[in-house]
Design a binder for this molecule. Structure first.
Ligand SMILES: C[S@@+](CC[C@H](N)C(=O)[O-])C[C@H]1O[C@@H](n2cnc3c(N)ncnc32)[C@H](O)[C@@H]1O
Length: 364
């Protein structure tokens, strides 16, 4: 059966329509066929998109600096959706240099193929530290330390909703003449945890990520204490629901080309939605977390001294390569402002250096 057949079957089994979250889940995570489960190169220049740790080691080094005070107090690290494993390698490398290695670096990765890739990367770059890395299949109970999720929330399946005649309706996925189509539900969509604009233009479409909120809550329930660092492209609710963003934030990436059509290249293209950081922060507060910081990726990296790594590099050729990478991470025209960092803490009073230069918590 092809992935398209599997999705079509699911639509038939569910009276002719499934939520876009169910479609996205099948397209990305169906074993052996979903985009993240195929085992092909999806990250980097040969793949479909480049993430911050794939852009520069300095991203991981700065993350390590933010983890250090909590690790030195005895905490471990838990990384979700670790991609190629490069961020884990960067963080462990820098923590070793700072003489502050965690006893354990846990990775929770849904894709068996990516787990394999992560093992290869870490064994190749840091063979002496591979013993500290442990792959988990579920949230650990009583975790204490730092949880990291870089570009994970945006990969969690979201629902799509559309404004018609004064109310929002869920846009589901149906199949007609062998092709997938959007179909609006008859009953208005109601989701108290994810407030939607009260008035907007006819046809205004946006996304609601209930799975991400459920994930935040389960994280709080299973964590004993520590810090959660969420890095992703996204914005506060006022910008997320900007009146001009009439088509929402759904984006697909195939060989570095962006499109807004999730019904093509199924299983071959990434599907993402931007993160509504206000929804995430409100859920985090409801669950019991403290919001410890929110800022742009650029200001987070600058606060943690990304420029110092450049100055410390004495080899001029290498320094100029690093300078290009830093530009990519911090310039507003690249990843600097569209990516944000949200820090949540549970029973963890350490002051976070990453928000020294900017803290936009009041904008959430
Ligand atoms: C865009 S990739 C980011 C990879 C990596 N963090 C990086 O920055 O290069 C999204 C990752 O999130 C993972 N993912 C999505 N939902 C997840 C969940 N609920 N738990 C763990 N991983 C998840 C995917 O399997 C994939 O590895």
């Amino acid at each position: 059966m092809t992935l398209k057949d599997i999705i079509a079957q699911s639509i038939r089994d569910n009276n002719g329509a499934i939520g876009f979250d169910a479609f996205m889940d099948l397209a990305l995570y169906t074993p052996a066929l979903g985009y993240y489960r195929r085992g092909e190169t999806i990250f980097g220049e040969q793949g479909d998109f480049i993430t911050a740790p794939e852009t520069s080691d300095l991203f991981g080094y700065c993350m390590a600096k933010q983890c250090e005070p909590i690790i030195s107090g005895g905490g471990n690290i838990l990384e979700f959706g670790a991609g190629t494993g490069i961020l884990a390698a960067q963080i462990l490398f820098e923590l070793a240099r700072l003489d502050s290695l965690p006893r354990q670096y846990y990775i929770l990765e849904l894709s068996g193929q990516l787990q394999q890739k992560q093992k290869e990367t870490i064994s190749r770059v840091l063979p002496e530290l591979i013993e500290r890395v442990e792959w988990l299949s579920e949230l650990p109970s009583d975790f204490s330390g730092v949880v990291i999720a870089n570009e994970v929330l945006d990969a969690m399946p979201a629902k799509r909703v559309c404004y018609r005649k004064g109310e929002f309706f869920e846009l589901t996925v149906a199949i007609e003449q062998d092709s997938f189509q959007w179909r609006a539900q008859d009953k208005p969509f109601n989701s108290p945890l994810t407030p939607l604009p009260s008035v907007c233009v006819e046809g205004y479409t946006t996304e609601v990520n209930q799975q991400a909120l459920a994930w935040i809550d389960s994280l709080y329930q299973t964590m004993k204490d520590g810090l959660v660092l969420l890095v992703d492209y996204g914005m506060a609710r006022s910008e997320y629901h900007h009146e001009q963003r009439t088509e929402g934030t759904l984006r697909c990436y195939y060989q570095h080309k962006a499109s807004d059509n999730p019904f093509e290249n199924i299983g071959q293209q990434d599907i993402t939605t931007s993160v509504n950081f206000s929804d995430v922060a409100e859920q985090a507060l409801d669950s019991g977390f403290t919001i410890a910081g929110y800022c742009t990726q650029a200001m987070f990296l600058i606060s943690l001294g990304i420029d110092q790594y450049l100055l410390d590099e004495k080899d001029l050729e290498r320094r100029s390569i690093l300078a290009q990478q830093v530009k990519q991470l911090v310039l507003p025209s690249a990843m600097g402002e569209s990516f944000k960092v949200l820090a949540l803490t549970k029973k963890q009073p350490v002051k976070l250096d990453g928000f020294k230069e900017q803290n936009l918590v009041n904008k959430l």
